[in-house]
Design a protein around this ligand. Structure first.
Ligand SMILES: Cc1cc2ncn([C@H]3O[C@H](COP(=O)(O)O)[C@@H](O)[C@H]3O)c2cc1C
Ligand SMILES: O=C(O)c1cccnc1
Length: 352
């Protein structure tokens, strides 16, 4: 193994003894067996991942990765590229959806600028890594250079390192980058061997004609880069983005460092698919927050065997859907930890 390819290093294993204890506890709680559905499963999974029979979710860590996309010159987004840097200011100004959600949750919000196309002044509270002035247009050439992909993957890993050091019990990745539903769709088509029209959707709000044009641009790019599609690293290099790669690196690092990750929307789920292709053992550390409105999200979740907690018609990104699922996960933990057992409450168990 190439030592530089840190993403191939071993992942931590969930604690199977704790899982068995957590499952046994669920069976003793005063409710019909299985009656809390997916909430039981996520509490047990969090217990096994956190290595404790009493899972906790006091400090979620939210990292929003931002980067621009050269493919926007093909006219694939309903919004102008300037929105990426403008939203970076909004994240730290406190007015973005994820800023509001992070405040309400008492979560740490870290904002990482990986490389925007438009000029951006240094912003207090933003980590500026400047991997380039956005990616290249993947409809014409590879989106990233090798060193940019290495740096983006490492940026995700390093954010997880800070989350771990801060004692965060959950990692949420978010993204910002006009055009990134195109990059995400292209990556997903390459990894799933799927034609563009089956995965591409409106993103920020293209009309049906716009979606058709976006699919045609992606189809052209798929033909251009097809020789690389058996290697997830090459797929990210040819079709990905700085923030997609950082998210993929973060998800692998979560599994290596032992921090459960809660995956957000369509874009994050594509990054999760990349992570699982780069290092299949990381799958166990991924929880899925929601199924969003972008039509390809359903297929992505199915490919990953991910069972989302929420379905709210979200199509925002930024990590917002994952943040919205945190109260539910917290309640799942509290139910698991604080409900009485049949014996404690003197309630009769199942008769047959
Ligand atoms: C104001 C605004 C805030 C956002 N926050 C997240 N996105 C989301 O929309 C973008 C992807 O959609 P597309 O591929 O169609 O450009 C990403 O930046 C994503 O995070 C936003 C988009 C806008 C316009
Ligand atoms: O689900 C997402 O991640 C998404 C969908 C549309 C626009 N931005 C993000």
């Amino acid at each position: 193994m190439n030592a530089a390819n840190w993403w191939q290093d071993d992942c931590r294993a969930a604690d199977q003894q704790v899982r068995a204890a957590a499952l046994a506890r669920q069976a003793q709680l005063t409710k019909p067996a299985g009656a809390l559905g997916l909430l039981e499963q996520v509490a047990v999974q969090l217990a096994a991942l956190q290595g404790t029979p009493r899972p906790q979710l006091e400090l979620p860590w939210i990292a929003v990765f931002a980067g621009d996309h050269g493919v926007v010159e093909e006219g694939v987004s309903a919004y102008p590229q300037a929105v990426t840097v403008q939203m970076l200011r909004n994240f730290v100004g406190g007015g973005a959806a994820i800023s509001v959600l992070a405040r309400q949750l008492g979560a740490t919000l870290e904002v990482i600028d990986l490389g925007c196309a438009l000029p951006l002044e240094p912003l207090p509270g933003v980590r500026h890594l400047q991997l380039g002035a956005g990616t290249a247009n993947f409809a014409r050439m590879p989106a990233l250079r090798d060193e940019q992909l290495h740096a983006a993957l490492a940026a995700g890993r390093d954010s997880v390192g800070r989350a771990y050091a801060a004692g965060a019990e959950l990692f949420i990745g978010g993204e910002m980058g006009i055009g990134n539903t195109s990059a995400a769709s292209a990556v997903a088509c390459a990894l799933l061997s799927c034609p563009a029209h089956e995965l591409v959707g409106p993103g920020t709000g293209l009309d049906p004609q716009g979606v058709q044009h976006k699919a045609a641009v992606i189809e052209r790019a798929l033909l251009l880069h097809a020789e690389h599609f058996d290697d997830p690293w090459q797929v990210l290099r040819c079709l990905g983005g700085f923030e997609l790669a950082a998210l993929a690196g973060a998800y692998v690092a979560c599994a290596q460092q032992g921090v459960p990750a809660l995956v957000d929307g369509f874009i994050c789920t594509v990054a999760a698919l990349c992570a699982v292709r780069l290092n299949p053992a990381c799958r166990e550390w991924l929880l899925f927050a929601h199924r969003g409105a972008e039509p390809g999200h359903r297929r992505l979740l199915a490919a990953l065997g991910g069972e989302p907690l929420l379905e709210l018609g979200l199509r925002l990104g930024e990590g917002s859907g994952a943040a919205l699922a945190v109260p539910l996960l917290r309640l799942a933990c509290q139910l698991h930890n604080d409900m009485a057992t049949f014996a404690e409450a003197a309630v009769a168990g199942r008769s047959a």
